[in-house]
Design a protein around this ligand. Sequence first.
Ligand SMILES: Cc1cc2nc3c(=O)[nH]c(=O)nc-3n(C[C@H](O)[C@H](O)[C@H](O)COP(=O)(O)O)c2cc1C
Length: 295
Amino acid sequence: MNFAGIELSGSIVNASGTFDAIAARRAFGDALLASFPFAAFVSKTVTLEPRQGNPPPRLWELGAGMLNSIGLPNKGLNRFLAEDLPQLAELPVPLIVNVMGSAPQDVARLVAAFGAREEVAALELNVSCPNVTTGLLMGADPGETAALLDVVRSQTAKPLIVKLTPNCASPGEVAAAAEQHGADAVSLINTVRGMAMHPRRPREPWLGGGTGGMSGPAVRAIALAQVREVRRRVRLPILGMGGVQSGRHARELLDAGADLVAVGTESFRDPLAGSRIAAELLEIDANSGMIGVTA
Ligand SMILES: Cc1cc2nc3c(=O)[nH]c(=O)nc-3n(C[C@H](O)[C@H](O)[C@H](O)COP(=O)(O)O)c2cc1C
């Protein structure tokens, strides 16, 4: 299949930040390359400068999912290019690099740097970050998203996928702004802002970052509603994600309007979830006579 100009061998990819392909290669060796669980690999968010991330604790288990306040720790652009990119280029699938900056010019530098690398098939823009100048979340306001794309679009001819945040008034409006200002695709949903209280200290939040991002089965209904809303607003290809644990869940996101599906939190429970879900989806489609219609 083709997603926004990227040739893919299947319909399931990983959600950014939920599968460490370099650590998995260390653990499983070349067996990982022989049966890679995803049709493309999406990197964890890369920023210009290194980031430490948030203070611990960083995780809280929910009845149907989890809260994380990891805070996007990463080694920064230069070390990622020198140390990680050569290893990720060995994966047998296209590489999508996820980037974030606190000003459009920072994102433009990241997009230009990765756009110049032939190892990179596409970029995903994580816009769940406040603009240092305006204080507005870049992906929560259609005007901010438009202004961001106006700065970064000219930096690369590679596909730009805008990763929408569910923490805004209207993801459909933001998606429409992304489409009008040159995005090639949108992905959604990112995590939903939430909080857990400390079990022993009254009035204190548990997470070091105060609030965190909710993911897993708890957010699946939100993902379905938002994918459908965005599908009604734009013609762009949609990468849908949020709580997918099975082929049935992937099929539902596709039926709501997604063209490709990402698996996130489920990979923490089962590192081969991507392959399992892809196989389940193929079987569901074969049994319903849909193969050939979607392929
Ligand atoms: C531990 C963890 C780390 C994440 N890191 C990133 C990240 O670096 N960049 C990003 O755009 N999204 C990140 N996400 C969000 C996921 O890519 C995805 O949008 C979200 O978790 C919903 O999918 P899921 O319910 O299948 O996990 C992270 C999610 C989790 C749980």
